[in-house]
Ligand binder design. Structure first.
Ligand code: 5GP
Ligand code: MN
Length: 342
């Protein structure tokens, strides 16, 4: 028996909204990770039971290792199909917003959703949500949105009907947001849920291999380059800092998702509790921040770069150039470290 985390009235409201809807759209955040994609596809497969016309629309492309998930090929990439997505959303009764809690996080797709008169249901586990949806299921204490989807399905009374495909997608999301059960995974109920997913027939070991160990050679070489040539340690702040320019990424045939996980690597150095990775993208600088223990990576991201996220995993988009971003980090870090009790 798992605890009833989601309030009953929200479970009922979600169920009724699904029953009322004729067309359902599911969306998640930009640069979708395993939890964003896993929760969307898990819900998508679950909704088969209701025989509604259902679409998954993501703001941009999915990483190649996620194509293992069932029906990943049916995901519509908004960036590449703007007009098609507009037409779908215009005729939609219900929109599920998964794994993000602020429409600004999904760019132009967010504007489209804000303008839509469809009923909206947000299901998410990030801090500080914006109450933009009709039903907000927000649980920062839960490790992944995929886990929330599992809980929701059970509470709606459909656990017995949960398909292997739904279970696989949920498992992928739960593995992603806990680094393969390496962090954020002290809740005993996570293991109860995993046991149920395994009973559904999920091959967790194969899924893990696909998610974490099917990268390209060029990605490993890029990792080698960044660790040997670019990693800077700031010992007085127990911090590791590294960056990659667009040019460097190009040299290693960078594709979306190739730098996934890099930011965690320096945390395996004894004494390092904060890791910052800055990456040049088309017209922005993307920051990924990770910490261990009580050190608030999200506070650093929000305070200095208008970003956000979880205590130990946060991100932001810097409006400065890459060099200016790095300079600013180095300038503000010492005082920030001193002001935090960790
Ligand atoms: P990642 O480093 O994997 O891109 O992001 C880690 C976490 O940081 C995400 O799960 C999300 O909570 C948060 N995050 C990433 N990018 C942004 C951003 O640009 N703005 C905000 N508010 N949060 C972000
Ligand atoms: Mn997530």
């Amino acid at each position: 028996m798992i605890t009833k985390v989601i309030p009953e009235e929200k479970v009922v409201a979600t169920y009724k909204a699904i029953q009322r809807a004729r067309r359902i759209v599911i969306v998640a955040h930009k640069r979708p990770d395993g939890d964003a994609i896993g929760s969307c596809l898990g819900l998508y497969h679950f909704l088969y039971a209701f025989e509604r016309e259902t679409f998954v629309i993501l703001p941009d492309a999915i990483p190649s290792n996620m194509t293992i998930l069932p029906s990943s090929s049916e995901i519509i990439n908004y960036e590449q199909n703007v007009e098609h997505c507009k037409a779908i959303i215009a005729e939609t009764d219900l929109i599920f917003c998964l794994d993000f809690n602020n429409l600004e996080r999904i760019g132009a797709l967010g504007t489209l959703i804000a303008q839509s008169e469809a009923e909206k249901i947000m299901i998410d586990h990030h801090l500080d949500y914006q109450p933009f949806a009709d039903v907000c299921i927000s649980h920062p204490e839960i490790a992944s949105t995929s886990e929330l989807i599992f809980r929701l399905i059970c509470r709606m009374g459909y656990f017995a009907d949960m398909s292997l495909q739904t279970a696989e997608c949920i498992c992928a999301g739960m593995l992603t947001d806990t680094g393969g059960l390496a962090y954020n995974s002290n809740s005993p109920e996570i293991y109860t849920i995993f046991a149920e997913l395994l009973r559904k027939g999920v091959d967790k070991d194969a899924l893990y291999r696909h998610l974490f160990n099917t990268y390209k050679e060029s990605r490993m070489r890029l990792m080698g380059y960044v660790l040997s040539q670019k990693l800077e340690i700031i010992p007085e702040c127990h911090t590791a800092l590294f960056s990659l320019t667009e040019e460097e990424l190009k040299q290693y045939n960078y594709e979306k998702g190739d730098t996934e996980g890099f930011v965690n690597l320096p945390l395996s150095i004894d004494g390092i509790i904060f890791s910052i990775f800055a990456r040049e993208e088309k017209d922005t600088v993307k920051l990924s921040l990770r910490s261990v223990g009580n050190f608030p990576a999200n506070k650093f991201a929000s305070h200095f770069f208008e970003g956000g996220g979880h205590l130990n995993a946060s991100g932001a988009e810097s409006k400065l150039s890459l060099q200016e971003t790095i300079d600013k980090i180095k300038q503000v870090l010492p005082d920030f470290c001193k002001s935090e009790s960790w």
